[in-house]
Design a protein around this ligand. Structure first.
Ligand code: ADP
Length: 391
């Protein structure tokens, strides 16, 4: 059977999934993730939703495996062991489309050059997606390749919303607020009618709370504002990224503390957020299990910043009708949802505490003015759907 291969090539991970050509239930036929690339690569894979005990498609992953060698191994294994599935197209998650890509695009030699020109905008993410594209072009040149962007969904925002108050020439050069997690928001926007019915086009705030965290304000299921801006650093507290930070702190670190650019970059992307504040872990589950006061403080700051941004985005939308929680923390942590929602009583937010514990679908109380929902996200399904559009 002909299938679509979805590839999400991250800094230390490679996620893949096979989807049928016909739109099904949004679930992949085969999926997997290799994590720990560059350190200690490990695979977990699922066939039709069930975990695989054998370790296809990479029986022995070499310690020195790279994104390039893993893509090659994946294509070979699909051909030799899963020949019931024949990929005809590949959909890639691309973090950055800059001002050049406002919708999914076919990858050609010209557009690949444009994607490369965007590397300075996402130096930690974009190169890995480009390696995956080039590995597929080299090993399976017959496959159609489509790039799907995390930034595209936000291009409906007003000009003002996308601007920083910096000299105009820099804005015109593309130093603007792009926003990210767009593939997740696009998926949520697509399923809102199932959950909200005729409220789907209302003022909806989506909180994507995973390792990376952001919020998106939507009206008419289109992005009007988001907490992430030029880079994936801005906004909320994340697993290891700082979120909101006075730009003066960066100047201070360089000028007064003598830190190098690389040291500052490492600190902001990898040593801050929940990990930096707690000194224990970037993982919300571990912090919830810890009774150390610094773990508690990290969770408190995470929820406080979330509450602040809800106020901000509510103001941008001139009000709020529904809140959606999604991604690892948003879908699974009843404690975080409660800590964020409890102080929002003034806005008309009231949780049904039992429904919040169950954590599926509607979790707001019957008399809550604002609806609150948990909706699982599915970025891969968005990529498969967009890729289908080219076939
Ligand atoms: P990524 O951004 O890497 O896709 P995820 O969306 O998988 O990340 O989210 C990872 C986060 O979700 C981690 O902080 C993890 O601890 C948290 N998480 C997952 N399950 C739970 C749970 N049951 N309770 C609390 N946090 C959870």
């Amino acid at each position: 059977m002909d299938v679509i291969l979805v590839v999400n090539s991250g800094s230390s991970s490679l996620k893949f999934a096979l989807y049928p050509l016909t739109e099904g239930n949004g679930k992949p036929l085969l999926s997997g993730v290799v994590s720990g690339i560059g350190v200690n690569p490990k695979l977990s894979a699922k066939l039709a939703g069930k975990s695989l005990t054998v370790k296809p498609p990479f029986d022995n992953i070499a310690k020195e495996a790279t994104h390039d060698s893993l893509i090659k191994a994946l294509l070979e294994k699909l051909e030799s062991k899963y020949d019931q599935y024949q990929p005809v197209a590949v959909g890639h998650r691309m973090v950055h489309g800059g001002n050049l890509f406002t919708k999914p695009s076919k990858i050609t030699p010209e557009s690949l050059q444009q994607l490369k020109s965007l590397i300075p905008l996402a130096p930690l993410h974009q190169p890995h997606s480009i390696v995956a594209i080039e590995a597929i072009a080299k090993n399976a040149p017959e496959l159609l390749q489509i790039a799907c962007f995390d930034t595209s969904f936000h291009r409906t925002q007003s000009k003002i919303e996308q601007m920083f108050a910096i000299p105009r020439a820099l804005t015109e050069e593309g130093i603007i607020r792009y926003g990210f997690h767009g593939l997740s928001y696009e998926y949520i926007a697509s399923v809102l009618p199932e959950y909200l019915g005729d409220q789907a086009d209302s003022r909806v705030l989506v909180a994507h709370l995973g390792n990376g965290t952001s919020m998106c304000a939507m009206t008419d299921r289109k992005s009007v504002s988001s907490t992430m801006g030029f880079s994936t650093l801005e906004g909320l507290v994340m697993g290891t990224r700082c979120g909101l930070l006075d730009a003066g702190v960066i100047l201070h670190l360089i000028q007064e503390k003598g830190m190098s650019i690389d040291e500052v970059q490492k600190m902001l992307y990898h040593e801050s957020g929940l990990l930096g504040v707690s000194g224990i872990s970037s993982d919300m589950r571990e912090l919830e299990e810890s009774d150390h006061p610094d773990a508690k403080q990290a969770i408190d700051l995470f929820c406080h910043r979330a509450k602040e941004e809800i106020g901000n985005l509510t103001s941008v939308m001139n009000g709020l009708d529904n809140i959606i929680f999604t991604a690892g923390i948003g879908e699974n942590s009843a404690m975080v949802r409660e800590k964020i929602c409890e102080p929002l009583a003034w806005l008309g937010v009231k949780l049904d505490l039992q429904a919040n514990q169950n954590g599926e679908g509607k979790i707001s109380a019957e008399d809550s003015r604002v609806g609150v929902y948990v909706i699982p996200t599915n970025e891969e399904a968005t990529i498969a759907k967009s890729t289908r559009g080219f076939l």
